[in-house]
Write a protein that binds this ligand. Sequence first.
Ligand SMILES: [Zn+2]
Ligand SMILES: [Zn+2]
Length: 699
Amino acid sequence: MSGQLPPKKEREAIVRIALDVPRAAHLDAVEPADLTFDYRTSIVASPGQRVIVPWGRRELVGLVVAEVQQSSLAEERIRPIVALLDDVSALSPAWFQLVRFAAQYYQRPLGEVALPALPSLLRRPSGYRLSEGAYRSRSMTGLQKKLKALLPGEACAGEPAPILSAEQASAAEVICSVVTDEGRFAPYLLHGVTGSGKTEVYLAAIAAALARGRQVLVLVPEINLTPQLEQVFRARFASAVVAILNSGMADGARAVNWLAAHEGQADILLGTRMAVLASLPRLGLIIVDEEHDPSFKQQEGLRYSARDLAVVRAQQAAIPIVLGSATPSLESWSQALRGRYVKLVLAKRAQEDARLPAIRLIDTRRAKLEHGFSEPLRTAIAARLERGEQSLVFLNRRGYAPVLSCPACTWISDCRRCSAHAVFHRPDGLMHCHHCGWSARVPRACPECGNQDLAPLGRGTQRVEETLANWFPQARLARIDRDSTRRQGSAQTMFEAVHAGEVDILVGTQMVAKGHDFRNLTLVGVVDADTALFSQDFRAGERLFANLMQVAGRAGRADKPGEVLIQTRFPHHELFTALVAHDFERFAQQQLAERKGAGLPPFAHHALLRAEATSLAQALGFLEQARSCALARAEEFGITVYDAVPMALMRLANLERAQLLIESSARPALQAFLAQWMAQLHALHSRLAWHVEVDPLDI
Ligand SMILES: [Zn+2]
Ligand SMILES: [Zn+2]
């Protein structure tokens, strides 16, 4: 952070700079596919440094990619950079390698991947002012003060590690040996049943990496899971600097934590998917907890999988990576079966005599349901209340009822802007669209026929909570879903109340299924597990199994045996028989056999082209053009081109959406095809919005 300008060069150089600008904003005839642009400079600007450059009449922060000998632009059109920003160290070549891979693999321009990976405070030109001949950040001094506050005071020992079980110890030993033996890529799939103590294995590996002076990146699927893990890290590694990165942080906090990682002060970076692109100069180990979780997939902009990028990052950095889960993704599982990942198994619960919960199915074709509950489930909850134990009622559907209907005619509550139903929420008396956010007051009478008695159809968590409150007026109830935890910090407060024993019955969506250990919880009731069984989404079964296994794992964690009751109309479905036996391997085998037969991932690789327009014909028209381009090269690249079809949720926020699926049995072939296809797609100069998604989760 010198007060002087960097040394001047004798002759001006041309540097190529990555910018995050919308593609269409660049109107040059030859459009650089990666959104890098040439500028002149008379000062030494090295790759990885940030600069301020003119862009039209504005100024932008960009990243120097390289110095180039020649530009395709005419000399008089190359503009000079405005300033070099030297307030933070340059991004490393290793970081660029990762970002470049992400850009190429997911078919996005480099600038659009690289710049958003930096905290917003570091990419706003308005944050800088010219003083004594140098550009200085307005906020950097404040940030550096906060950065100091992250550092621990006096070094102290931290809590000692507990004695590991034999399984934990041998898994930890395998990973630690690679952490110590530096310079080797080693991917591990840690398959541990719920309650088997995967975290202790992570901690042992982290300790080994820290002892060698390396940084550790720990990815978790949800913001809610960071506070408890952060506490564990701070308690165990008292002298280590723990930085946090997630999308819920304010700009300043994000910048401070990002800088701590980037400048090498942070020893552990704990974060959600965005943290995978953080700059970590001393990185020695990556851990992805709950690696199967769909939240690792970003669903907009750069549609990347943080888990997949983490594996690539470990490979590039030649370090070990641990993917942990009780229900691994079928992608990772098949990698382990093929010997590409080393499988480590924790088959027993960590605490001695803590057994896996007994899972029982309640056949709802026979059992009579009252307000969605069978008699055995209701009785089981009552028994827990009497014994002073906690129950969890799981239903993966928020709101009061998924739809309002008129019994006198055919009216149902539809979203005005989507081809979806609007969900009835009782607390605010509104109908909400869970897809686009549209909401409206529930009409007093049916808009079609005037009937005054509109009926809620089906049930969501609010309705289940209401039923339980009626039946058990003395019980302390809590509902945890996205509606009840909208306020920042409220999820944390509610989870703490459950831990403190201030809740008797907890009603929740999959938010409660992840990672939280409730010591006094001995019953899990699953109200309706069937909706996902026959979904057109080929991953629905995998998700349902993972969700149910996770939620079942909440029961009986400590010394009390747990019971799980699942209400279903299909008790003989193979998913449930595997679940009752706690047999992930059997389930995975069934699913993989089905996927192989149907030619689905992980046996095939997909890319989706999606288009949206005000009319479906327009969207399909564009996709047809794209399809002809693809068909012309299909044989050459060995790809399959499917028909252009409307998406399952066809209309979203007043736009009609359609998609085109491309499939290949080989990833490199698909990548090669996509690279040339993207150029063709851009050349179509279509005005409608479209994007390509590589490895989509939903097709
Ligand atoms: Zn009606
Ligand atoms: Zn909507």
